[in-house]
Design a protein around this ligand. Structure first.
Ligand SMILES: CC(C)(COP(=O)(O)OP(=O)(O)OC[C@H]1O[C@@H](n2cnc3c(N)ncnc32)[C@H](O)[C@@H]1OP(=O)(O)O)[C@@H](O)C(=O)NCCC(=O)NCCS
Length: 243
């Protein structure tokens, strides 16, 4: 990822984007993630309009966009003729301020993971709300291969649940198959992944949909703090020009 700021060292707008050479397909939003931090919506709009910080001809994802930046992006979508979709419902952010206090959880990491990466990615792709496409499958494979993650499997090595992290170190796609729920598996799994991430110097945080009250309870019971604002996970795609 590369970081663009409006000025340095005092900045009001930060845009994170993938380096151009790593975007192999302009139609693959999953290969083109962005994140935006802006303290002044008017300044964000100016930066987006005056500079080519974001290439609007490509499909792209926008992670963890706060409310005021979301309003600007809606205006940009209208102006640039882009379809704007919500990859997730509006989210809350939870962050752990004392990860060293997280207790070890019950954990069993499959020893067969490296050879099962494709199978696991296909399983996850079936279960996440924004899965189901070849592009989402490739993205999940990359997350498994490149970033810390945790899995739980039974004695025969069948996957029961997982939690991945992404290119911004956020916890993603936490899932326990329905037949294994309510046995504290996700808490154990997330606790162990949190320790691994903390050990590597990463922050411990995640986005949970506001409608997902169970996930929010779990975050709180792991000692995480809820941030006050609403955040959005968006996909923006150029509309085909209407002749
Ligand atoms: C959310 C999910 C991962 C929870 O997994 P799980 O292994 O069943 O959760 P746990 O057994 O560790 O339960 C953790 C806590 O949540 C509570 N909980 C779990 N399911 C619950 C339910 N259906 N209703 C009320 N409370 C519930 C448990 O009682 C437990 O509380 P405690 O800490 O006070 O004991 C699982 O339901 C799931 O995969 N859901 C679909 C995907 C999803 O929502 N992922 C999260 C994205 S952020």
């Amino acid at each position: 990822m590369e970081v663009c700021v409006d000025s340095w060292p005092d900045f009001r707008t930060v845009v994170l984007r993938r380096q151009r050479q790593f975007i192999t397909d302009d139609n693959d939003a999953f290969s083109n993630p962005h994140a935006i931090f802006a303290t002044d919506p008017a300044e964000l709009k100016r930066i987006l309009l005056e500079f080519k910080v974001i290439d609007w001809k490509q499909s792209l994802l926008l992670y963890g966009i706060s409310g005021s930046s979301y309003d600007i992006l809606k205006e940009m979508a209208d102006e640039k003729n882009l379809a704007l979709e919500h990859l997730l419902a509006p989210c809350r952010v939870f962050i752990h301020h004392n990860p060293e206090l997280i207790e070890d959880g019950w954990f069993h990491k499959s020893s067969k993971l490296s050879s099962d990466t494709t199978f696991l990615a296909e399983l996850i792709n079936k279960h996440i709300s924004y899965g189901g496409s070849e592009q989402s499958l490739n993205y999940i494979k990359k997350c498994i291969e490149l970033f810390p993650s945790a899995y739980i499997s039974d004695d025969e090595g069948h996957f029961m649940g997982w939690c991945l992290t992404d290119e911004l170190s956020a916890f993603r796609m936490a899932y326990i198959l329905p037949e294994f729920r309510n046995k504290s598996y996700i808490k154990g799994l997330v606790a162990n992944l949190a320790k691994k991430m903390h050990h590597r110097g990463h922050p411990i945080y995640c986005f949970t949909e506001k409608i997902n009250t169970i996930s929010q309870l779990i975050c709180k019971s792991l000692g995480m703090t809820e941030c006050p604002h609403t955040y959005y996970y968006l996909k923006m795609t150029p509309r085909k020009s209407q002749l």
